[in-house]
Design a protein around this ligand. Structure first.
Ligand code: ATP
Ligand code: MG
Length: 565
């Protein structure tokens, strides 16, 4: 059986424009820049999520479409929260999405010596000073949006004293938190970022990339702009919350007299029915609410991948939502529809019964097996066909039988006929129940003249259901994943998002019945289980049978108000 390949792929050229794309186009046309250089600058303090994918597609997409380059740069200034595992996962995710940074894998921590020299330069110029106040006092001195801040007594230290103290900070003479280096800007600035922000802090801790060379570390704001400058970034693209930091980056670059990349801000992706802050995602992992960063319910790229999302579906989603300048919310159904649209084209079809009900066809010869040829894709003959075995006992979906059918129910019920997909028309003759009155078996007859599924006399059969031969069925585990939260905005207004975890977000079906061809489904492949949804082989069980993760149902079952399967 063919399988959907969800690994390597080359991104298609993006078609739709956006305001940043227009700026790049202009800058290249009028010669402001010869080539476009962008970067994606994650902090390796967690796994990438779907919001990061928006930024990746934007930055790498511009480089791809305008023949420039995009760097992957780790803004790794906080060793307390960063780990090599995260950096490795980030590289893996970016590659999975289909992007390539070539030679340009960079680390802000590789610039630590340069940043240190620049800090000394600012001290010599009288633009920075060593602060003795505690973090608490610094906060108290900062003032508020309506009140100006208060200048620290340390602000009047001489350059010589500051330089000597800063060198002693580097030499490890002071304890964590005992001193910081601050920029001397303006304690009355309406922009709080300019009220003498901290540039360096003392932290006696090794760094995952730089090793144990340092016991002082630059703040993100003192590293980010200069890193862009060092790398010759032409369009420094970030999310809106950094607009207020732009004047600070500019101030540093101006005082240092180095190249100033232009910064452009776009609206971050907000997605309903999930949370996206790395801090909250880490909390879910640490509290065991999910199995890890790559749990298929997580909005992380590793999670989406394990769920069965393809890189194409994620890229198409990012393309579709566009890039704007004001914050907005995207409904989760848009993301789900993106993966449906992609898998609809690439996933072979198969039959699987998740809640089996046995059907015995009394007039079908015992011991006989017939094989029916089934198309792997209704619209793509190139995907080939497979043989599906049929015998006297088959499983159908429990939901496809009702003893007392309501009006409009066209599946199986007493005295009624239904088509078993690819096979025969069967009629329900009787029902077998256990002592408690539960239906345990349905007895049917079949019409031998309806081989292939059509009635020779032309009688109309409204319903077609899927089935799996009982004797040939492969028992497998199927994990039915659903949205992780029950409400659209679980972290609205700072409320406790964990109160809204969907307790039904994972239901495990231990012994689903699969058609035999699925026994060999390769890890990483995706299928459409007819009438049910898209399923992805996320792992294999001890005996080698695939374990399927449900990627998405066939239709949006949330939009209509009620949640179904
Ligand atoms: P989080 O808030 O989840 O911790 P972050 O912004 O701290 O994320 P970074 O590692 O700093 O995470 O992000 C790397 C890049 O991805 C930044 O340029 C950031 O602007 C961008 N980014 C982060 N979240 C989103 C989002 N939801 N939508 C678009 N871009 C995002
Ligand atoms: Mg950030």
């Amino acid at each position: 059986m063919e399988s959907a390949n969800s690994t390597a792929s080359t991104p298609e050229t993006a078609a739709t424009s956006n305001f940043i794309r227009t700026i790049v186009e202009e800058d290249l046309k009028n010669g402001k820049h010869k080539t476009v250089v962008t970067r994606f600058p994650p902090e390796p303090n967690g796994y990438l999520h779907i919001g990061h994918a928006k930024s990746i597609c934007l930055n790498f997409g511009l480089a791809r479409d305008f023949g420039g380059r995009c760097h992957l740069r780790f803004d790794d200034t906080n060793p307390a929260k960063e780990e090599v595992e995260y950096a490795e996962a980030i590289k893996d995710n970016v590659r999975w999405l289909g992007f390539d940074w070539g030679e340009h894998l960079h680390y802000a921590s590789d610039y630590f010596e340069q940043l240190y020299q620049w800090a000394e330069q600012l001290i010599r110029q009288g633009d920075a000073y060593v602060e003795d106040l505690s973090a608490e006092e610094i906060r108290a001195y900062r003032g508020t949006l309506t009140e100006p801040g208060k200048e620290s007594p340390c602000r009047s230290r001489t350059s010589e004293d500051n330089l000597a103290l800063f060198r002693r900070m580097r030499a490890g003479e002071f304890a964590d938190g005992a001193k910081v280096l601050r920029a001397k800007i303006d304690m009355a600035s309406p922009n709080l970022n300019l009220r003498d922000p901290v540039m360096y802090r003392i932290l006696h801790a090794p760094h995952p990339h730089a090793g144990d060379k340092w016991c002082i570390y630059p703040m993100y704001d003192f590293a980010h702009g200069q890193s862009d400058s060092i790398e010759g970034i032409t369009h420094s693209i970030c999310t809106l919350e950094f607009a207020d930091h732009r004047p600070l980056y500019k101030w540093f670059l101006e005082r240092l007299g180095i190249y100033q990349p232009h910064q452009y801000e776009f609206a971050r992706l907000n997605l309903t029915y999930t949370v996206m802050s790395k801090r909250k995602l880490l909390q879910l992992v640490q509290d065991g609410d999910v199995s890890g960063w790559d749990d298929p319910r997580m909005p992380t790229l590793s999670g989406l991948r394990k769920r069965g999302y393809t890189p194409e579906s994620v890229r198409n989603f990012c393309e579709q939502i566009g890039v704007g300048k004001s914050d907005s919310w995207i409904d989760m159904s848009i993301l789900e529809e993106a993966v449906r649209n992609d898998l609809n084209v690439r996933a072979p079809r198969a039959m699987a019964v998740l809640r089996p009900l046995k059907v015995v066809i009394d007039n079908y010869p015992e011991g006989l097996t017939e094989e029916f040829e089934a198309a792997n894709h209704p619209n793509d003959p190139a995907m080939g066909t497979r043989k599906v075995p049929f015998a006297r006992e088959v499983y159908i979906e429990r939901d496809d039988f009702l003893e007392e059918p309501p009006k409009g129910f066209f599946r199986l019920s007493p005295g009624r006929e239904v088509r078993l997909r690819y096979a025969y028309i069967v009629k329900c003759e009787s029902v077998v129940k256990d002592a408690a009155g539960n239906i345990v078996e349905v007895r049917c007859s079949y019409d031998p003249a309806s081989r292939g599924g059509s009635a020779p006399d032309g009688r109309k059969i409204k319903g077609t259901i899927h089935w799996v031969s009982a004797r040939h069925a492969v028992k497998a585990e199927v994990r039915l994943y659903d949205r992780l939260f029950t409400v659209p905005n679980p972290d609205k207004g700072g409320q406790d998002f964990k109160a809204f975890i969907n307790q039904d977000s994972l239901r495990i079906v231990e012994d689903a019945c699969l058609e035999p061809a699925l026994a060999k489904a390769a890890s990483g492949s995706s299928y459409q289980f007819e009438r049910q949804g898209y399923f992805h082989v996320g792992s294999t069980s001890a005996d080698g049978t695939p374990v399927f993760n449900r990627t998405a149902t066939l239709r949006d079952s949330w939009g209509s108000g009620g949640k179904k399967e």
